[in-house]
Design a protein around this ligand. Structure first.
Ligand SMILES: [Zn+2]
Length: 59
């Protein structure tokens, strides 16, 4: 699993999530700090992250 750190689009705290590098992930996770739902997308190539988005889905 690949751990990726990013900023929550709601509270701007640095949080981390674990991703499976063998698949392109797109799912909804709650921020571990403020508990708001974040839509995260992650794409990997050769085990390295090449695209990452964390979107505020309350907008
Ligand atoms: Zn947050």
């Amino acid at each position: 699993m690949h751990e990726h750190f990013f900023q929550c689009p709601y509270c701007w705290q640095s949080i981390s999530m674990l991703f499976d590098p063998s698949v392109t992930s797109s799912y909804i996770e709650d921020c571990e700090v403020c508990c708001n739902p974040i839509r995260v997308e992650a794409q990997f190539e050769d085990g390295e992250i090449v695209m990452f988005n964390a979107v505020d889905i309350a907008q």
